[in-house]
Design a protein around this ligand. Structure first.
Ligand SMILES: Nc1ncnc2c1ncn2[C@@H]1O[C@H](COP(=O)(O)OP(=O)(O)OP(=O)(O)O)[C@@H](O)[C@H]1O
Length: 327
């Protein structure tokens, strides 16, 4: 793979409107060469709009973009050569087979015939599609299609790869393979910019993350720094048959090292710097007359940070996406 140095992406004041909708409202993005950068936000936040501008597929209403130090408005062709793009919808030919599709993508980037044939065979094996090489793309499963689209995007060895929701709406095995391939590319020095709505995926894969909501970036930071406030903290969410019976003041007196918050839906949220002992707490609540229907314990994660920073429930984000996938 070709490697970049310095700033791989530098975007300043990017804006895009669709009629009255301000899809992207003046955002700055800086991705350092070699980073795996995540762009995380709910449905309609502006991720795809921002990505289409960064990849030269649409023109910003305002702002500037440099890819590998090249000003995209002055030299779009040179910038295009440095990038591979994986859109959320397939951009390959249904009537061509896997091998032909990859060779065609290579040809678009001016690769020599023998070179593109060699590279296509290599990538088909790497992406677990060797046996499907001569099958028409139209007959591939969703997961196989997504894998081939990614393979096509890296045929010309771009040092910078953009992916829009690479693991959304596909089978678990293909998602796992894609995550592992992205980690390998990252280890080999390829810069990666990916949009996702899977918070745990972003936490596992990315070096840095930008949270985007309503066309604005609300926070950009390393995963390490984002996780600092919740590092080593535990949470317990308790549901009741009647939340009005929760004796909040008595709880605070009896368990002074724990933090208690009543959530809007009537759930009690307990937080602690040490592993929580659920038994004693549930016994105390039941003895006080608050019948517990469910108690879920977990380590705090990036999901909690996301909810704290954006005010958007992670579950809400997931549901919107799943709903869309079924349409
Ligand atoms: N071509 C378009 N015409 C009109 N409105 C658009 C167009 N593309 C996007 N929008 C609007 O711009 C806003 C941002 O959309 P965008 O697709 O960029 O969000 P997103 O974060 O990528 O969401 P998703 O995860 O659903 O793809 C939304 O309100 C959307 O309806």
């Amino acid at each position: 793979m070709n490697i970049m140095t310095g700033a791989a992406i530098r975007a300043r004041g990017l804006e895009k409107r669709f009629g009255d909708v301000r899809a992207v409202q003046g955002i700055d993005i800086e991705v350092v060469a070699g980073e795996l950068f995540g762009f995380l936000g709910p449905n309609g936040a502006g991720k795809t709009t921002a990505m289409t501008m960064l990849t030269g597929l649409s023109r910003p209403d305002a702002g500037s973009i440099e890819i590998g130090g090249i000003d995209c408005s002055k030299n779009p062709k040179a910038a295009q050569h440095l990038i591979g793009v994986v859109p959320d919808e397939s951009n390959l030919y249904p009537e061509l087979n896997g091998f032909e599709n990859l060779c065609f993508s290579g040809a678009l980037y001016g690769m020599r015939r023998d070179e593109r044939r060699r590279k296509a065979s290599e990538l088909l094996e790497l992406f677990g599609l060797g046996a499907a090489a001569s099958r028409k793309f139209s007959g591939y499963s969703k997961g196989m299609k997504r894998r081939l689209v990614i393979a096509a995007a890296i045929m010309h060895n771009p040092p910078l790869l953009f992916l829009d929701e690479p693991t959304s709406g596909i089978d678990v095995e293909s998602s796992r393979m894609i995550r592992s391939l992205l980690s390998d590319l990252h280890r080999n020095g390829v810069t990666i910019f990916m949009t996702t709505h899977f918070i745990d995926e972003a936490e596992r894969l990315c070096d840095r993350i930008a949270f985007i909501v309503n066309g604005l970036i609300v926070r950009t930071d390393t995963v390490e720094r984002l996780l600092q406030p919740v590092h080593g903290r535990y949470a317990l969410n308790v549901s009741f048959s009647d939340a009005a019976k929760v004796p909040l003041m008595d709880l605070e007196r009896a368990f002074p090292l724990l933090e208690f918050h009543m959530l809007p839906g009537g759930e009690l949220r307990v937080e602690s710097g040490e592993a929580l002992k659920t038994g004693a707490l549930v016994r105390f609540l039941e003895e006080a007359g608050a019948e517990v229907t469910e108690a879920k314990k977990r380590v705090l994660s990036l999901e909690d940070v996301f909810v704290e920073i954006t005010g958007i429930g992670a579950g809400h984000m997931q549901k919107e996406k799943e709903g869309r996938g079924r349409r």
